[in-house]
Design a protein around this ligand. Structure first.
Ligand code: M6R
Length: 610
């Protein structure tokens, strides 16, 4: 994780770095720092805590520099304090470095460097890199060759930006496993961990690939690989706007993103549905359609919320395609030596497209010959680029750490893939049309549920002091229970568990008493009677029930404490609706507790370390 930014050009870099760091803060917010040229010497300012702490120290043109680098940290090695904050200096204080990633062999390298007389100021793994560069410079290598030779020695992942006193107005950037993008301006160039930090300055970008090193000055960008071979890079034109990454009148990004869902889902469907023909069209799958269709097994992999979306996908695929489907945590899958062949299709789901475990799992599946697809939100992200084919969710940038619109858009894309393949299998024209007609009504149904915001806010007030929650669901709504529990945990710090409702009596029922709120997802489907029995079991033990039920279900309110009603729909689409009240419930409980929902403690939006 961590966010990095760098600028070299005709303007003062300080406000550009600060603004960029604010846009990257969702990647980590333990500490922040900038490195710059103070006349012809290098200098840094760093602080524990948020970028605003740093901003107050540099405001009002106190410092001016034309070249600089900035970092916002998510701590891995070393506690979040000022010393461990980036940038890090070399021995003679003539090289400054910022790093996003993990250096796995840093202890061995540190030992060697200490034996050679290097002194370490911080507990970070990153500091070894700056000392190694210094060591090569001392041996007579140029700045860029010193960086290159250093990268050959280190193991692990990195997104790096380095400045050197003797070569002012130049930034060297390098990437392996952590994202890095270069924005091309007129008389200026900017680097950043993602496009959010540079979209206000330019729409023309170059994505750096693993093992590539870029020398960046205001005049140009020179990219070579780690073997010193020049690389021709494609310049990509971005379509994102600054408005898309601002709060647009909402108090938090999370609330904005919850309310953006009707539009996000419409965007995920746009141009992909042909109702008359009962058919779906997905350009990103065209080249691999036959192979996908003939796959004998589908594996879906991801982390966190994306993994939950995968679980819903499993229900969709098995119901409509009758293809055996498994869902795997990417972090487990990558190390388990999974049994895979060219007859398998593996779908990797990731909002950011940069999650380290998901990316590594994708590389492993590719090595083993499986067909690899990506469902990503971030256009041009590593997972999207590494996959054989894929589908973008087009939800727009998601900045709040808690995933909301990304999840529902992932469900839309999974449903699109299901219907696309099902029509080539056994789904009839009439059934295809009916499914798609209902599908198109989902954004309006979402709009209707969001109108319940005030009701849900009131319910949330009654639970702000709860310390535990249980979430129960069956079938398609079991993953929704997991997702509801994750939302509550991550932003309100309340312990919450999601369970398949029937599993409750195999253990969790022991937890139930008058202090245990239980959220039950209870649409009127084939398991409705069973879930009512589960509700009765909770009530018999004095548990408090919040039910998510469908409109017109008047029976349920007689047995539960609170009811939140959603419009009815076909089973396959139901999770898109039932998750919305759970997002709002978690949101309002956290806000009631006075917590920062956009940047919850210990978390980062994009987990680019293992
Ligand atoms: O970017 P990804 O979808 O790969 O991220 C995966 C998880 O880190 C992410 O979903 C995480 O669980 C969210 N904070 C959940 O709200």
């Amino acid at each position: 994780m961590c966010g990095i930014v760098g600028y070299t050009g005709k303007r003062d870099c300080i406000p550009i770095l600060i603004e960029g760091l604010k846009r990257l803060e969702y990647r980590g917010y333990d500490s922040a720092g900038i490195g710059y040229f103070d006349k012809d010497k290098l200098a840094y300012i760093k602080r524990k805590g948020r970028v605003t702490e740093l901003e107050s120290l540099v405001e009002g043109g106190k410092i001016v520099s034309k070249t600089g680098i900035g970092h916002t940290r998510w701590a891995t090695h070393g506690i979040p304090n000022e010393i461990n904050a980036h940038p890090h200096f070399s021995k003679n204080r003539d090289i400054l470095l910022i790093h996003n990633g993990i250096i796995e062999n840093y202890q061995a390298l540190k030992k060697i460097l200490i034996n050679e007389g290097y002194k370490f100021e911080s507990e970070t793994d990153s500091e070894v890199i700056v000392h190694l560069i210094d060591r090569f410079i001392k041996k007579g290598y140029s700045f860029s060759d010193s960086v290159r030779h250093t990268l050959i020695e280190i193991e692990g992942t990195y997104g790096l930006a380095i400045i050197y006193e003797k070569e002012p107005d130049k930034i060297i950037a390098a990437k392996k496993g952590s994202p890095l993008v270069i924005g091309i301006g007129g008389d200026e160039n900017i680097i950043a961990s993602d496009i959010n930090a540079l979209i206000a300055h330019t729409k023309q970008v170059i994505y750096l690939e693993d093992y590539e090193i870029a020398e960046i000055t205001k005049e140009g960008i020179l990219v070579r690989n780690i073997h010193d071979i020049p690389v021709e890079k494609e310049v990509i034109e971005l379509s994102m706007t600054v408005e898309e990454i601002s709060k647009g009148g909402y108090s938090t990004f999370m609330l904005k993103e919850i309310f953006e869902q009707p539009d996000a889902l419409t965007n995920a469907m746009r141009g992909r549905i042909i109702v008359d023909e009962g058919r779906v069209k997905l350009g990103g799958l065209e080249g691999i359609m036959d192979r996908l269709y003939h796959s004998e097994r589908i594996i879906i992999s991801g982390c966190g919320t994306s993994w939950h979306a995968g679980l819903v996908g499993e229900y969709m695929f098995e119901q409509y395609l009758r293809i055996p489907t498994e869902v795997e945590y990417a972090s487990e899958f990558r190390y388990r030596n999974p049994v895979l062949s060219e007859k398998d299709a593996v779908i990797f789901i990731s909002q950011s497209g940069e999650t380290a475990d998901t990316l590594a799992a994708l590389k492993e599946a590719k090595t083993k010959g499986a067909l690899c697809l990506g469902i990503c939100n971030a256009v041009g992200s590593s997972i999207a680029r590494e996959s054989h084919g894929g589908v973008y969710t087009h939800a727009g940038p998601e900045i709040g750490v808690a995933s909301t619109k990304a999840f529902t858009s992932q469900l839309v894309v999974l449903a699109l893939i299901t219907i696309l393949l099902a029509r080539r299998k056994e789904l009839s024209l009439t059934d295809g049309r009916n499914l798609l007609t209902e599908f198109q009504s989902i954004p309006d149904k979402v709009r209707k549920i969001l109108e319940l915001n005030n009701q849900i806010e009131k319910i949330a007030e009654d639970f702000k002091n709860s310390t535990n929650f249980l979430y129960l669901g069956r079938g398609y709504n079991f993953p929704v229970a997991l997702e509801g529990a994750l939302k509550l945990k991550e932003i309100s710090y309340i312990h919450a568990e999601g369970y398949p409702a029937a599993e409750m009596k195999h253990g969790p029922i022991a937890l139930i008493d008058e202090n245990m709120p239980v959220v039950v997802i209870a649409p009127k489907d084939s398991t409705y009677e069973k879930i009512i029995s589960n509700i009765q079991e909770v009530k018999a033990r004095n548990g408090k029930i919040i039910a998510i039920a469908i409109e017109g279900d008047d029976e349920i309110e007689k047995i539960v404490d609170y009811v939140i009603r959603v419009p009815d729909t076909i089973r396959i689409f139901m999770p898109i609706l039932t998750v919305l009240p759970l997002q709002l419930l978690a949101y309002h409980i956290a806000v009631n507790k006075g917590l920062n929902v956009d940047q919850p403690r210990n978390l980062a939006k994009s987990v680019t370390v293992e």
